[in-house]
Design a protein around this ligand. Structure first.
Ligand SMILES: Cc1ncc(COP(=O)(O)O)c(C=O)c1O
Length: 433
């Protein structure tokens, strides 16, 4: 079997080095460094070619935006066709059908029987902000409950809802008011639900809470899967106090877990769901799917934005949904998840640094620890493994408050051979560390 990875130069190669030098001069430092020191020339599926002719397997998928892969030919065609027809009008000036067709499809796919509507935005943070605005306006309540380890974006409200201080909240306060944070119970950090409710009642009057916003599987926080029954418990609890249940599926949605909406893995009907990232395969598009009774209660024109739901991104999203269906990507997600779990569990048997293997479908991760009993995070070792993988031709992202989780955000179009090749590289790096 021929290998996908091809490393021809020292990394970074000479052309990447030249671009990197220019970056140092002109790009604002807070934009940060990149996982890869090599600059992309082209991408295809799960593969990235750099400007020096090296080829990598990309497990970052553009931080989870590329469920259908880099530059899927149908996505490229959809962009070309739409750009030739018209590029922008603003839906509130001259409306267009692709936005309505996309809303219909997302609503049809949404779990539960209650009628729903869709609204569109540009980024995940914007979707979360608007879900909160809608929840506050509908309930006429101010407070929002979020979770430890949560990530909801970087705008003022979303940044406040995000847990991790560095780098996301660096001297960026004052933060938004009325945000309350509670534990996210998981199998390895369990919590009795009666205690969780008590904690809620200790920090906020439940009758003042508009919404509990939760990632059904936490993304940046380390691919944390909630403790058995927690989401059902939350659904009952929110109903009891008249609170809305809002799911942030910006990272976990659009098929990654083997279901289109991650919440379909549990039998729960939320009030509002936020989608983003892979929805338009890397073009800026996010969505808020909400019960119609909620959105009908708000006046016309109170949410929006110049570029929200732009026609190119909507046409691409329609194509993404068709590709997921026709290329059986939900089944692929399950299959990829099985390969990942088996290989990760084998690594756990061999290497004591692997403390935990967790996830659902292709949203799978391993947590690296210095000591399995104390669970002390192996942060430096994780960074070294990532760098070693880059040198061997694999981009793999980290996650978690302590950056000691390796998570897989790969395109679901990756072949078994490519996936195993990437995992061989990861295992090699792990064995050396
Ligand atoms: C769960 C979740 N919500 C919100 C966001 C923010 O999305 P964006 O970066 O598009 O604003 C992210 C981004 O990683 C995310 O993972």
């Amino acid at each position: 079997m021929s290998k996908s990875i091809l490393i021809k130069t020292d990394l970074p190669g000479p052309k990447s080095k030249e671009i990197q030098q220019k970056r140092g001069e002109y790009i604002a430092r807070p934009m940060g460094s990149s996982l890869s020191p090599c600059y992309i020339a082209s991408g295809e599926g799960a593969l990235v070619n750099d400007v020096d002719g090296n080829r990598f397997i990309d497990l970052t998928g553009g931080w989870g935006c590329l469920v259908v892969g880099h530059s899927h030919p149908r996505v490229v065609k959809a962009i070309q066709r739409q750009v030739e027809d018209y590029l922008h009008t603003d839906f509130t000036a001259v409306p267009y059908q692709p936005l309505i067709d996309l809303a219909e499809k997302l609503v049809e796919l949404a779990p539960g029987k209650e009628p729903k509507t869709a609204a569109f935005f540009n980024s995940g943070a914007e979707a979360v902000e608007n879900a909160v605005k809608i929840a506050r306006a509908y309930t006429k309540r101010p407070a929002i409950v979020v979770f430890e380890n949560a990530f909801h974006g970087r705008t003022l409200l979303a940044m406040t809802m995000t847990h991790k201080a560095m780098p996301y909240k660096y001297h960026f306060g004052p933060f938004a008011p009325e945000i309350y944070r509670l534990p996210f119970p998981t199998p390895s950090h369990p919590l009795e639900y009666t205690i969780w409710e008590k904690k809620l009642l200790q920090i906020v009057i439940p009758e003042s809470v508009a919404a509990i916003v939760i990632e059904p599987i936490q993304g940046e926080g380390g691919f944390n899967v909630p403790q058995e029954g927690f989401l059902k418990f939350l659904r009952e609890l929110t109903k009891k106090y008249g609170i809305l249940m809002v799911l942030d599926e910006v990272q976990s949605g659009v098929g990654r877990t083997g279901k289109f909406y991650a919440i379909e893995n549990w039998n729960v009907e939320p009030d509002i769901i936020c989608l983003g990232k892979s929805l338009a395969s890397g073009l800026p598009l996010s969505a808020v799917i909400a019960k119609k009774i909620i959105t009908d209660s708000l006046p016309e024109g109170c949410i929006g934005g110049t570029y929200v739901g732009n026609p190119v991104a909507c046409r691409v999203a329609l194509e993404v949904l068709a590709i997921i269906r026709e290329e059986n990507l939900l089944e692929r997600a399950i299959h990829i998840g099985e390969i990942l779990k088996e290989r990760f569990l084998q690594m756990k048997d061999k290497y004591s640094i692997v403390g935990d293997v967790r996830g659902i479908g292709a949203m799978m991760a391993i947590e690296l620890v210095k000591d399995r009993k104390t669970k002390e995070p192996a942060t430096e070792e994780t960074a070294r493994i990532i760098q070693e993988c880059v040198q061997q031709g694999v981009f793999i992202p980290s996650a978690g408050l302590n950056k000691n989780v390796l998570r897989i955000l790969v395109s679901l179009s990756i072949t078994d051979e490519q996936l195993n090749e990437a995992l061989d590289v990861l295992e090699g790096a792990m064995s050396r560390i």
